[in-house]
Design a protein around this ligand. Structure first.
Ligand SMILES: Nc1nc2c(ncn2[C@@H]2O[C@H](COP(=O)(O)OP(=O)(O)OP(=O)(O)O)[C@@H](O)[C@H]2O)c(=O)[nH]1
Ligand SMILES: [Mg+2]
Length: 533
């Protein structure tokens, strides 16, 4: 295969949504089609049953929620898929947003009983800004759902995106009969049996075919017909260009847990989603066919495999071909590094990979100097700046109650900081050695504590810190200027991990007051990038 053919068959996408809409469940079912997992795990992890491939982390299994994004690479129908399951909880959105920089399309899962929930809306907004094509899966159709026309209307009204229903649910709740594929005029009947066996789909002559109607009452069926006719008269045809531009979303109905409608989604997605495209970097376009190899690190994760206890840097290949053992330029250290330990990833399983192409996400092991956001390339002129940062809103001290375990505590914490699980701040002119952690959401503290204990054998104790707002000062401010600042009561100066100065405030009001009274010292919600960065 030529490099162009390899690129054309790559599909790299993330599954996103509000918590609990069914992303991980859908991920598992998608893997079934790739023959990637024999038996899809069900997400009843709370009851300590079979774990899913995607939620492999100890705490995820325990809580039954996704905490960290997962990469799964598999083949289906001639395509090479790089699928990223993301956590829905807002406290982990930093991880999810980083993943969004690494994908070419997303599948947005919606709980059909709930419609568009707040977190879905936020994630959608990020996708829109990036112009990422969005495919919608209306999940949980096996249960009573909102009126489907209302769901479509919500997409258009709340998200401001065009919606094209590829298929349509026939009946609702206990009367749910299945889905009707509008383009192929095919009825897929839903069987309410344990294990979710499916009757083969049938091609029907039209909507009045008895196979479409199933057991629906006259009134119910009349309503469904009316909906479908409304859609037909609205007369929008499938607009490929609008989908690729992220302006229209194709909508599929189904039920992940029942593996119903999943294949239609997958086939529809593969047909209409884009292969890896050019990336724009400082106004220059880097095409995937560019002969120089390039990619950026969007995630780091340690201890994925308890047998290895190492850390993996996840890189999204953007251009050229990756060959194991190749030597590349590493942007952060400005040094040449040889990439000899490269892996293809499947949840927490890995396998050595010798080559990779644009679109692929691979894991690199054994490079302690790699950080999130770093570019690796054979052309040092290429430098990606993709990774977003978030302003922390929760602050806590993390104590080590067991002095005998200081080494484990410190090593564990340093690694978790490097992964970007949480941020740390260092108070200025302070003799206190207790780390001050800064999180986007409080669940991150729990993850740190849990992982310190389970992966490093280090106990820890949290102590709430008295601040709730952090603002960055100009990065080039001088020490004397810091000394001269007059801070509101309770505020403190500190540094972030990159030694950039920040001010911690007790509340928003105090931060605003400082802003008003120190017009010459502008504050920002994130460090203002300096030329060097
Ligand atoms: N009735 C019904 N339940 C479903 C369906 N799909 C998923 N669920 C259930 O919804 C719950 C949440 O599913 P997950 O797949 O963990 O949701 P998620 O979106 O990955 O959640 P987070 O990763 O924590 O944001 C589980 O109890 C699933 O069994 C479906 O089609 N029908
Ligand atoms: Mg999940």
């Amino acid at each position: 295969m030529t490099i162009t053919q390899e690129i054309q068959r790559r599909r790299t996408f993330a599954i996103i949504s509000h918590p609990d809409a069914g992303k991980t469940t859908l991920t598992e079912k998608l893997l079934l089609y790739g023959g990637a997992v024999q038996l899809a795990g069900s997400v009843t992890a709370r009851k300590n049953q079979r774990a899913t491939t995607s939620d492999w982390m100890e705490l995820e299994k325990k809580r039954g929620i996704s905490i960290s994004s997962t990469v799964l690479q598999f083949d289906y129908d001639g395509y090479r898929l790089n699928l990223l399951d993301t956590p829905g909880h807002k406290d982990f959105s930093e991880d999810t947003y980083r993943v969004l920089t690494a994908v070419d399309a997303v599948v947005m899962v919606i709980d059909s009983a709930k419609g568009i929930e707040p977190q879905t809306r936020k994630l959608f907004e990020v996708c829109r800004q990036r112009g990422v094509p969005i495919f919608t899966f209306m999940n949980k159709c096996d249960r009573p759902m909102k009126n489907p026309l209302e769901l479509i209307d919500e997409l258009e009204r709340v998200l401001g995106i065009g919606a094209f229903p590829v298929n349509w649910p026939i009946g609702n709740g206990p009367e749910f009969q299945g889905i009707y594929d509008r383009q192929t005029k095919t009825m897929h009947t839903f069987e309410r049996v344990v294990g979710g066996k499916h009757r083969a789909p049938v091609i029907v002559g039209g909507l009045h075919d008895p196979a479409v109607r199933g057991n629906l009452s006259d009134a119910e069926f009349a309503k469904t017909l009316e909906e479908l006719e409304m859609l037909e008269t609205a007369g929008e045809s499938f607009d490929e260009a609008a989908v690729l531009a992220g302006k229209t979303t194709p909508v599929f109905f189904g039920s992940g847990v029942n593996n119903f409608g999943v294949q239609l989604l997958l086939d529809g997605f593969l047909k209409h989603s884009p292969a890896p495209k050019s990336r724009v970097m400082g106004g220059i376009e880097i095409a995937p066919e560019n002969p120089a190899f390039s990619g950026f690190i969007f995630k780091i994760q340690a201890n994925m495999d308890p047998k290895h206890r190492d850390r993996i840097a996840f890189i999204r290949v953007c251009s050229g071909k990756f060959d194991r053992d190749m030597t590349v330029h590493h942007s952060r250290s400005e040094k040449k590094v040889r990439l000899s330990s490269s892996h293809k990833l499947f949840g927490n399983e890995r396998e050595t990979v010798d080559e990779a192409y644009p679109g692929d996400v691979i894991g690199l092991v054994g490079h302690d100097s790699f950080g999130i956001g770093d570019t690796l390339t054979t052309d040092p002129k290429i430098l990606y700046k993709e990774i977003p940062r978030f302003t922390p809103e929760a602050f806590s001290y993390l104590h080590n109650p067991n002095t005998g375990k200081y080494k484990q505590f410190r090593q564990g914490l340093d690694q978790l900081l490097q992964e970007g699980v949480i941020q740390a701040l260092y108070l200025r002119n302070s003799s206190v050695k207790t780390p001050l952690l800064a999180a986007v959401g409080p669940l991150q503290f729990e993850v740190v504590q849990f992982r310190l204990e389970s992966e490093y054998g280090a106990e820890s104790r949290l102590e709430a810190a008295p601040w709730s707002v952090v603002r960055w000062l100009p990065t080039d401010i001088k020490e004397e200027e810091l000394d001269a600042l007059s801070l509101p009561t309770g505020a403190r100066l500190a540094y972030d991990i990159g030694k950039n100065p920040v001010v911690l405030f007790q509340n928003e009001w105090s931060a605003n007051y400082f802003g008003e009274t120190n017009k010459n010292t502008p504050l920002s919600a994130l460090p203002v990038q300096t030329a060097k960065e």
